[in-house]
Design a protein. Sequence first.
Length: 579
Amino acid sequence: MEANSFSNPFGSFFFFLFLGILLVFTSAMPITNAKTHYHDFVVQATPVKRLCRTHSTITVNGMYPGPTLEVNNGDTLVINVVNRARYNVTIHWHGVRQIRTGWADGPEFVTQCPIRPGGSYTYRFTIQGQEGTLWWHAHSSWLRATVYGALIVRPKEGDSYPFTKPKRETPILLGEWWDANPIDVVRQATRTGAAPNISDAYTINGQPGDLYNCSSKDTIIVPIDSGETNLLRVVNSGLNQQLFFKVANHQLTVVGADASYVKPFTTSVLMLGPGQTTDVLITADQPPARYYIAGRAYASAQGAPFDNTTTTAILEYKSAPCPAKGLKVKPVMPTMPQFNDTATATAFTTSFRSPRQVEVPTKIDHNLLFTVGLGLNNCPPGASRSTCQGPNGTRFTASMNNESFMLPSSFSLLQAHQQGIPGVFTTDFPANPPVQFDYTGNVSRSLWQPNRGTKLYKLKYGDTVQVVLQGTSIFTAENHPIHLHGYDFYIVAEGFGNFNPSRDTSKFNLVDPPLRNTVSLPVGGWAVIRFVADNPGVWIMHCHLDVHITWGLAMAFLVENGVGELQTLQVPPADLPIC
Ligand code: C2O
């Protein structure tokens, strides 16, 4: 259902006045055709059969993955989410800047209380200046395992892509499937303190593909015609695993990521951390046949268990000879990188550039250094062994700057901020690690146990921010996809080992760094991001591996209002769920 944005309740006088002004100006001014899109999202349990077994899966509108939203830059979305499931739920519009509309961002207990079973909430927001592929997902417990979908933002009507218009566009949502209820999986891990069970399959648009039991007949087919160029909108919507992505015998030209265009570059392999999107052009320049599209793990943590299976779809040339009945002609399979191929992952992530020179903030108001990593909490004496099933009788935890983030439960952070409710959070999140140590070396066990709390870092409207994200080798070093809500940031540099300002600052790309919402923090390394705090609200920054959020790998920025309405957070919608 769609309608024009003029269906607002103008009084008739104002309406005609408006119409008059509009008529006067239409001949002189370009008309913006911004639309408002209305959708109903019903969150509900739905029977879904994968890997030979049917589960009662939480879906949106009975679809897995959920519906694809297609809009133009500048459009407004109004999505009424109705919760008919037995779990609390919220929906996050991953990567949407939500300028002044923090109430629609979605992370549970950050910008809203959850939508209770039987409840509903309408998310209203406008896409401003973003084009490409984003996605939406549940932001409550591990529901996003199955509650997610694509959000495609095309250029404004009349505008075109900065590349030749593709013949076809296909969203490719990479996911993770548990042959279990994902909520049970995370609940068990939270109870025991152990790492949660790994997934049983990866999926492409919800289907595991030919290499799994009971899956072949539903393998996703992506059609292509010889000679044509198509756009694949690849999203890593998996929970806990970075993925390599390839199409057999075909090169991919990267043209966008996280709803920003990039300087096109060609590669045979992509690597996406959960949360990241990559738009690629693919040209059917090979002999007509069937080629596997494949995804499998980039597993950077040494010795940690991971799902080592491979998901496939099929790129099928329309003119490909039909496989003769009974005779199984296997599609061509790409050679995937080794699971621990950090060199390939890094070569890919460091290839991104903005299409042209950009305005990177250079005068920095807040120069921050955040350590990012795991930890182990010792169990108190007398604790039941069943709750201390982490390594050597500990419980897994994770932190930034030694602070393991705890969500509040009686108010959302944004509500507490806006209404001045005390006792919900503090604003003393440290600008630097409380102790300096060799972050990526052999870290003393005395530094493995973080504090727990709800600490925010306060920014004034318009402040310029640099964050050095520094991975640690506490317990194990690994690649972390770090996602910031409410903003896109420039990734000005990344590297391995400990960030060294005197050595590494000279390598900053302040000319054409890529603009993203999720940075793939190199294993045992660092990344430097910059942004301007021009969006008031409370914005969580977290590792997009859900297992790490569960352990507290998050913090939040509180960005104060600026001057005047356009720099001020809107008032909360009347139906905002309360706790
Ligand atoms: Cu896509 Cu807070 O996440």
